[in-house]
Design a protein around this ligand. Structure first.
Ligand SMILES: Cc1cc2nc3c(=O)[nH]c(=O)nc-3n(C[C@H](O)[C@H](O)[C@H](O)COP(=O)(O)OP(=O)(O)OC[C@H]3O[C@@H](n4cnc5c(N)ncnc54)[C@H](O)[C@@H]3O)c2cc1C
Length: 751
């Protein structure tokens, strides 16, 4: 993961990866600003492009065609990506409060979190209706409905859609068209569209309104105009007029609403809770905070909440974020009054609406399709990563700092100052207090030249150390991954971790920014250490070109419970607790080839501690164990096999791999360490028969925070696997069996 080698002086935090931020990030990627650290906080790593969403519902576009991959985009923009939802703002201290991580500090903030259909006003709507946003939840429900409908050939499916704006009308047409394709001869599809207005789509001209209304009627879509929905029951829509309509599913596409935390934060909002912004897209109350897209209301130019406006704001937002970071004058932006809407009708046609004009033609659909694909192409085929293209300094505290050619001292001159460290440790402990243990004689609470720990009588001390560069642009998550990785050796030995010393390199930055990086990183590390009841007793922190972290860990174990690499016995089954492929996926990530959700999958596996897995393996009679890390599965297995003087029959097909690994192997992406690990292949007895098999390269993939590999008595293996899966090690597999080693025969046989 590349990191800026420039001094970081300002933090620009973007909340939400909506249309405006996607464009701004693209532009930051092409014209970065040295010294400005970008952080995107997003509750999803795939953000939908609204223009293609109805086409996706209709089945014209697959998921990737209509979603922007924020991991890839973030990487292109050299932005940190924090996958979390913002739930509040602490404006006194300039912090974003997130649902699942420590607060995130900012100097400049921009908010583009979209809107959600207002459900609160109608009883039962929040409980029983499916809102069109958040889109991820809407689509997951839609996929489920499609699958269920396809499986029940004689079903009558009745869908209610509440809201007759452009979104509701498009959904009614596209859902119907899709369901008609899925349905069998004996099943039926009924679509009911409700709106309190006398006509649909009041923001559009008369011709467009009439045309769409006729299309809906001709297609047998039931229109309930002038009907105000007053209650939603699990299977019914109730209107003020007394009308009650039975529906299997109810979709909510009413007017946009803003989340409560925006207003509660103290930002000035309009009567509906949307952030009031000036012509520069700055908050009226807090000029260092910007807002764009649906969540913002331009006080001088109010416009409908539509993706087209969010997209157009991308360029001016980028220009103004850059300008404010450079202390330059900001630009005024005035959105267009008339805008072209191309409304897909779900059958390969589209209707154009522009002010008083309207037109319908299949050509319009083709044109819309062309425009939308072209828009998405900018995000799907990102240009090669730009090097820093501006040498302009960022101004901070009225002081100009040159952000390159900065002299960085080495030796102890590169250490992070003690006051910074003290402050960070105090802050971290508010979230994750250091584990107090009786066997820690001198730790961080009573600092000295070195930590002093006690080895209780009858116990052995297990020592291990690991340290590596950040593989992900999120110090909090990296802190968790690295700590899991470092503790893994202890668990693999059957030991319980006791204490740890941290070694950290933080990127060059101002004191304040160093503090923030350290804070996020150590929060991640301390979260894992606290869960493992392990005390952080000291450490060493320096500044350098990029973030790196490691721990020297101590663990305790009694001699009789010590689990070694040796100890495998013929007849036993080999159990692997996590899927492989982190090396391949992160190699792909560096080449911008990995999909964001694949990296999410890898991260979920890496933040899963091996502690509980070790306990289960021990409880099921494991006689040998190791953790699978840098040398890959085969390298670590060979160490076990040699130490145990046995052979192994590996079931290649049973080896679990993370999502996306096969695709990346197919295009030849492997880790840079793979060629060295591949040397272990000489120990495979039937190499020529298996080296072309799809899973073969997986054997040599270096793992970060990989799983445990253990040798279990055959009669306990199934039970052991079940227990591991129940504890969250969902990819656990029996991947082979231990066999006697024969003189002169290579010990590994793959089948
Ligand atoms: C069914 C439907 C069809 C539509 N079709 C069209 C169309 O064809 N053309 C058109 O112009 N408009 C259309 N719209 C409207 C359009 O979707 C919105 O106007 C547009 O998406 C607004 O863009 P945005 O950038 O403001 O936010 P969004 O596109 O909604 O993006 C917001 C992002 O922020 C993330 N986020 C939200 N909350 C948080 C949080 N608390 N923390 C972190 N991240 C968060 C979301 O996951 C999302 O990725 C449609 C709307 C619907 C419901």
């Amino acid at each position: 993961m590349q990191q800026a080698s420039h001094l970081i002086v300002k933090d620009l935090v973007l909340i939400g990866g909506g249309h405006t931020h996607a464009i701004a990030l693209l532009m930051f990627g092409m014209k970065s600003l040295p010294g400005l650290r970008l952080t995107l906080i997003s509750n999803t790593c795939h953000t939908p492009y609204s223009g293609m969403l109805p086409g996706h519902v209709a089945g014209f576009y697959d998921f990737d065609q209509c979603h922007i991959d924020l991991r890839r985009l973030g990487q292109f923009a050299q932005a940190q990506l924090y996958l979390d939802g913002a739930i509040g703002l602490d404006l006194d201290n300039n912090k974003v409060i997130c649902a699942n991580r420590p607060p995130v500090a900012f100097d400049l903030l921009s908010i583009d979190i979209g809107s959600t259909p207002a459900q609160e006003l109608v009883p039962g709507a929040a409980e029983y209706a499916i809102p069109a946003k958040p889109v991820a939840e809407f689509l997951s429900k839609w996929d489920q409905i499609l699958a269920e409908f396809g499986q029940h050939p004689a079903k009558t499916l009745s869908i209610g859609i509440v809201g007759g704006g452009a979104g509701g009308v498009e959904l009614a047409m596209t859902m119907q068209q899709r369901l008609l394709k899925v349905k069998s001869q004996n099943s039926q599809v009924k679509i009911h569209l409700f709106d309190r207005g006398a006509e649909l789509m009041p923001d559009h001209n008369r011709w467009v309104r009439r045309r769409l209304q006729n299309i809906l009627i001709n297609r047998g879509i039931q229109l309930y105009l002038g009907e105000t929905v007053c209650a939603v029951l699990p299977d019914k829509i109730c209107c003020e007029s007394g009308l009650v309509v039975d529906c299997n599913y109810i979709f909510w596409v009413t007017q946009a609403s803003a989340p409560h935390w925006i207003k509660a934060s103290g930002l000035q909002t309009d009567s509906k809770g949307f952030i009031l912004v000036s012509d520069t897209l700055q908050s009226l109350s807090h000029p260092h905070i910007f807002a764009a897209g649906d969540i913002a209301t331009m006080v001088n130019h109010p416009r409908p909440k539509a993706g087209v406006f969010a997209v157009r704001q991308g360029k001016p937002l980028f220009a103004n974020l850059r300008a404010i970071a450079l202390c330059q004058p900001l630009q005024f932006y005035q959105p267009q009054k008339l805008y072209l809407s191309l409304i897909g009708t779900g059958d390969g046609n589209a209707i154009a609406s522009w002010g008083p004009f309207g037109w319908q033609s299949p050509l319009l659909w083709r044109w819309k399709d062309y425009i939308d694909r072209k828009f998405m192409d900018r995000f799907q085929n990102l240009p090669p990563m730009a090097r820093v293209s501006s040498q302009q300094p960022i101004v901070t505290n009225n002081q100009k700092l040159t952000t390159n050619n900065q002299m960085h001292c080495a030796g102890c001159g590169s250490k992070v100052g003690s006051t910074t460290l003290e402050r960070v440790l105090q802050r971290v402990q508010v979230e994750y207090p250091i584990t107090a243990r009786d066997d820690i004689i001198l730790g961080l609470e009573t600092p000295d030249d070195a930590a002093v720990v006690e080895v209780p009588v009858g116990q052995l001390m297990v020592h291990t150390v690991d340290y590596f560069r950040a593989l992900i642009n999120d110090p909090y998550t990296f802190g968790q991954i690295a700590t899991n990785h470092c503790l893994s050796d202890i668990f693999a030995m059957g030991a319980t971790p006791q204490s740890a010393l941290a070694v950290v390199t933080v990127p060059y930055a101002t004191e304040e920014k160093v503090e923030e990086t350290l804070y996020q990183l150590l929060c991640g590390a301390m979260k894992v250490l606290s869960e493992a009841q392990t005390s952080l007793v000291g450490g060493h922190t320096t500044e350098g070109a990029e973030l790196a972290f490691g721990l020297s860990c101590n663990g305790l174990v009694t001699r009789d419970r010590l689990l070694r690499k040796r100890g495998m016995e013929p007849g036993q089954v080999l159990v692997l607790t996590k899927a492989l492929g982190t090396g391949i996926l992160f190699a792909a990530d560096m080449r911008q080839q990995a999909k964001g959700r694949w990296i999410d999958g890898a991260v979920s596996a890496m933040v899963l501690s091996n502690q509980e897995a070790a306990k289960v393996l021990m409880a099921h009679g494991a006689t040998a164990c190791t953790d699978v890390t840098g040398f890959g599965l085969l390298g670590h297995l060979l160490e076990m096999v040699r130490a145990s003087k046995v052979g192994v029959e590996l079931d290649l097909e049973a080896i679990p791999s993370l999502a996306g690994v096969r695709e990346m192997l197919d295009i030849g992406i492997v880790s840079s360490l793979q060629p060295q690990n591949l040397r272990a292949s000489r120990w495979i007895s039937n190499l020529s028969q298996v080296c072309d098999r799809p899973n073969y390269p997986l054997l040599f993939d270096p793992q970060t925070a990989g799983g445990l590999l253990a040798s279990i008595p055959a009669d306990r293996a199934v039970d052991c696997q079940r227990s591991l899966v129940a504890l969250g090690y969902k990819d656990t597999q029996a991947i082979g069996r231990v066999i006697p080693v024969l003189e002169g025969v290579k010990p590994i046989r793959a089948c």
